[in-house]
Write a protein that binds this ligand. Structure first.
Ligand code: WTA
Length: 647
């Protein structure tokens, strides 16, 4: 078995060494008082005023929380605020000339914006959107790579009180069209193209195809990122020209109610369809600002870098809204960590003297594989705190990160959360808590969780179970506030609880070690894909008789996608392989193409005809198969083992 995300699992929890954060860190930390958990507990839900008070409200909220045991719930009812005002305007008196954004492109080109410059750009683009007729009922879809125009567009929407829906730039035209159509979005901001690993991606072509595919009429704004000579026909506008026309215009920020939506983002749900998550203006922003301050320890004069892509929730919360709400300098990098060289990230940390760095375990495993000589070439002593998010981090990767990036000194926060939670729910507080490599930590102050069995009953401490969140939190999305239940949760009992669908085990100190998803989502390099969506795409390829898709351990990406395909008679496997890869790239995007496509005359099935995915995972992982008595066609396993291991 390859060492993957699970390789830390065998370590008995009690054997884990606990590390205290160094005093040089705790003495300067934003949160230093260990009684914070108790205080939050005694004062729940009013404790969350601490988060709301990090923001400036146009109208003070009447209460921190309103609700009983059951939804509907309301956070900060009566309060009104504008997210763009909170991220820009209010910082101007004190730091108009401080950098808000440092952008670094893949070839070393860079641009930076002071708070004043970012304010101006956002105002000009907000004026342009308003002139194009964008109103509060609209949703502006944003289909941009990591360029400054991406956060500018988000903040311009927020300024007008309009929802944005950012679709990760690597998604295909079909995936973009599906999201636009579901949302009924009539505005799209995209670009001519961008470079990915040295080759140009024709982003506008994908956007054009999506525009044709959706029912509604769509106006498109095109950012000139590459200087490509693209045709802008009817309904298309050039970003720079729009901006030029509105330069110098100030747009009054539109105050929104605390529970008005700030943005929509799609994620993979338990069904084959993307799931829309709408985050709120007040609760969400308060929660991301508070966790940016207390967990990521961000200070206004820091240079902070989260290496995620803004196309996913991590970038929304911890590249854009959290850091800017606190008035810090946030770094935006459009490129890959190994291009042009494998020391690219370390060179940037060195150049910009980054204080806090937040990345994903999958990236850390790649750094480990490349070797410690790359970070060693650079001065990383500016770093004060390291963070990870996206999947479980095993102890070895955690320790490597702290040693080789953090100089053996920086505390590491392993932060657990999801698209649906909006902001971090589980982590150590770096100025207060001891760290246990491989274990994320306790629920944050004010957050309450439990570990349960499939029937929803609490399991004994030390026994693996499923995580449930048992109390509302400020960053919860609109559907949960309203009491809508998602997926599995709908069928489990009456009591209000949120099931994130993550396996977990709790130790004697209440620290949670995450074990991976319990639903059929596959987490590849910290990105969530739905098994059902992948499977129906693969099975839809002409010539495929049947297909099953599973996630199996992978040393770098944590999990990798394996597709088991039984072809129709007489089909060329090579041809089919290409067709399947193209179909997944078209339906979802290249980042979801299977790592392995294994052809097999049959899939392992139960007597009732259900595909036994568990066995396919075991084969892919080269693990024990366990109980196979339910299997109708056991002979197929031998064959699968041979084909899978011959690759
Ligand atoms: C996983 C990303 C273990 C988990 C912010 C969760 C983690 C899913 C961690 C959400 C962590 C995220 N330890 N697992 N520190 N952080 N996960 O919606 O399975 O893209 O449910 O949000 O990633 O993925 P999503």
């Amino acid at each position: 078995m390859t060492p993957g995300k699970g390789s830390g699992r065998d370590t008995a929890l009690s054997e884990r060494p606990a590390l205290d954060p160094p005093s040089w860190f705790t003495e300067q930390a934003n949160v230093q008082d260990p009684s914070i958990t108790e205080r939050f507990e005694d004062d729940w839900p009013d404790c969350w005023a601490a988060a709301a008070d990090l923001l400036e409200w146009d109208r003070e909220y009447d209460a921190v929380f309103r609700g009983s045991e059951e939804p509907p719930f309301e956070w900060f009812p009566g309060g009104r605020l504008n997210a763009s005002y909170n991220c820009l305007d209010r910082h101007l008196p004190e730091r108009k000339n401080q950098l808000a954004l440092i952008w670094e492109g893949h070839l070393g080109e860079s641009r930076s914006y002071t708070y004043r410059e970012l304010y101006r750009e956002v105002n000009a683009f907000a004026a342009a959107l308003r002139e194009r007729g964008v109103t509060q009922d609209d949703v502006v879809t944003v289909y941009l790579p990591m360029v400054p125009e991406l956060p500018v567009t988000m903040l311009a929407c927020a300024r007008l009180g309009v929802r944005h829906n950012v679709v990760f730039a690597g998604f295909s035209a079909d995936a973009l069209a599906e999201r636009m159509e579901r949302t009924g979005s009539e505005y799209l901001v995209t670009c001519d193209g961008y470079y990915r690993r040295g080759s140009a991606v024709a982003q506008k072509n994908k956007a054009d195809n999506a525009r044709i595919a959706v029912e509604q009429a769509v106006e498109v704004v095109v950012v000139d990122s590459l200087g490509l000579d693209v045709h802008l026909g009817e309904g298309y506008h050039d970003y720079d020209s729009l901006l030029e026309r509105h330069r110098g215009t100030d747009v009054e920020p539109v105050p929104r109610a605390a529970d008005d939506p700030l943005f929509r983002i799609y994620t993979s749900g338990t069904t084959g369809e993307p799931k829309a998550v709408d985050h709120t203006t007040g609760g969400y922003l308060a929660h991301v600002a508070w966790t940016s301050q207390s967990v990521l320890d961000i200070k206004p004069d820091d240079t902070y870098w989260c290496s995620a892509d803004i196309g996913w929730i991590t970038g929304h919360s911890y590249i854009v809204y959290g850091p800017l709400a606190l008035g810090t300098t946030t770094v935006l990098y459009n490129g890959t960590p190994d291009h042009p060289e494998k020391d690219r990230l370390w060179e940037l940390i060195d150049r910009y003297a980054v204080d806090v760095f937040y990345t994903a375990p999958t990236a850390i495993r790649a750094f480990m594989k490349w070797g410690e000589e790359y970070p060693a070439e650079h001065d990383l002593s500016s770093l004060r705190l390291l963070g990870t998010v996206g999947e479980p981090i095993d102890r070895r990767a955690w320790e490597w990160y702290r040693e080789h990036i953090g100089g053996g000194e920086c505390p590491v926060v392993d932060t657990w959360w999801q698209t649906e939670t909006g902001a971090i729910l589980v982590s150590t507080l770096p100025g207060v808590d001891e760290m246990k490599p491989g274990s994320a930590g306790k629920p944050l102050p004010g957050i309450e969780t439990a570990v349960v069995d499939p029937a929803g009953q609490a399991v004994e401490q030390g026994t693996a179970g499923e995580l449930v969140v048992t109390r509302p939190w400020p960053g919860m999305p609109k559907s949960l506030l309203a009491g809508e239940r998602w997926g599995e949760a709908a069928t489990r009992g009456d009591e209000w609880r949120y099931y994130p669908e993550d396996g977990v085990v709790e130790d004697d100190d209440g620290y949670l070690t995450f074990l991976g998803r319990v639903d059929d989502a596959i987490n590849v390099a910290g990105r969530r894909f739905s098994t059902m969506e992948l499977e129906s795409t693969v099975a839809g390829v002409p010539g495929v008789a049947e297909a099953a898709v599973v996630g199996a351990d992978h040393p770098t990406t944590g999990t990798a996608i394996y597709a088991y395909v039984s072809p129709e008679r007489g089909r060329s496997e090579e041809h089919l392989r290409e067709e399947i890869e193209a179909a997944v790239a078209d339906a979802i995007g290249e980042m979801a193409t299977p790592r392995e496509i294994v052809f097999t005359p049959d899939l392992p099935k139960t007597r009732s005809g259900k595909v036994m995915r568990r066995l396919l995972t075991a084969v892919a992982n080269d693990e024990e198969l366990g109980d196979i008595s339910a299997l109708r066609n056991p002979a197929i396993l031998g064959e699968l083992r041979t084909t899978t291991s011959n690759r």
